[in-house]
Design a protein around this ligand. Structure first.
Ligand SMILES: NC(=O)c1ccc[n+]([C@@H]2O[C@H](COP(=O)([O-])OP(=O)(O)OC[C@H]3O[C@@H](n4cnc5c(N)ncnc54)[C@H](OP(=O)(O)O)[C@@H]3O)[C@@H](O)[C@H]2O)c1
Length: 237
């Protein structure tokens, strides 16, 4: 979905900084063709300190007068090998928590800190999940990361509300999307994942949105005038 959002944001008037483990040459070609400034960083988000320091430094060198608004979207997320916690490896749990909650929190801190005096609208959109709100067996790390994301977003909303031009922030569940993450859910070893049949059923019944549809919905939500009124929301609201 991250790629689908980047593709949709490649529109005249926007400038994009995309952070991912691998640069995408096709995206760079499209950006060049449509004349949209695109910067791609290859960055593993398990290094949240490195990523946030880099973002802070980059923002520090931008001129806010060049922008009408600025938004940070935290999209990356990881489901570690699907298994009950008692069978999970600490390294897999740490990986999911670093990417899923530590990096978004550190990047949000860098963004809010570096842009605090920018006299323009600023937004933070965290891509959460229904599983941050509903517990599921064999999903402890993913559920914990998304619940953590929801809750730090609530705190961040309170922080920002104390300032005249505070950022609008939201932790948004994007619906069920036909990506590698769903392939992982359907491919889990059955008896290690009691809820697997739900995911098989959703796919069989054609209830998944495509990454492009989900990107449109999520970016539509980001553009809503009431974005941030609810710090925790669902794109289907
Ligand atoms: N699919 C669903 O049904 C669903 C439902 C609810 C919420 N979500 C959320 O939606 C977001 C997008 O998920 P998706 O469905 O597009 O899943 P996905 O296909 O598995 O993509 C996961 C994304 O996270 C990035 N990522 C993973 N580890 C990373 C790391 N160490 N450093 C940097 N980037 C890393 C991946 O980048 P690489 O390209 O480098 O792998 C990829 O862009 C996630 O936050 C997910 O939790 C998805």
């Amino acid at each position: 979905m991250g790629l689908a959002m980047a593709e949709k944001l490649l529109q005249k008037g926007n400038a994009l900084l995309c952070i991912s483990r691998h640069a995408n040459p096709d995206l760079a070609l499209v950006a060049q063709k449509v004349g949209v400034p695109l910067t791609q960083w290859t960055q593993d988000l398990t290094d949240s300190e490195g990523a946030s320091a880099r973002l802070h430094e980059w923002l520090h060198h931008q001129n806010p007068a060049d922008f009408a608004s600025a938004s940070l979207i935290n999209n990356a997320g990881v489901i570690p090998p699907i298994a009950p916690l008692r069978q999970s490896k600490p390294a897999d749990l740490a990986f999911a928590l670093r990417v899923g909650v530590e990096a978004p929190m550190a990047l949000s801190a860098a963004f809010l800190g570096a842009t605090q005096n920018w006299p323009i609208a600023r937004k933070v959109l965290n891509i959460s999940s229904g599983l941050g709100r509903y517990a599921m067996a064999s999903q402890a790390a993913y559920c914990a990361a998304k619940a953590g994301m929801d809750h730090f977003t609530r705190c961040m909303a309170l922080d920002e509300a104390l300032h005249a031009n505070g950022a609008r922030v939201c932790s948004l569940a994007p619906g069920v999307i036909d990506t590698d993450m769903q392939v992982q859910m359907r491919g889990a070893v059955g008896d290690a994942f009691p809820d697997q049949s739900k995911f098989l059923q959703l796919k069989a019944q054609g209830q998944l949105s495509s990454p492009a549809q989900a990107a449109t919905q999520v970016l539509g939500y980001l553009a809503r005038p009431d974005f941030g009124d609810k710090p925790v929301a669902d794109v289907r609201d």
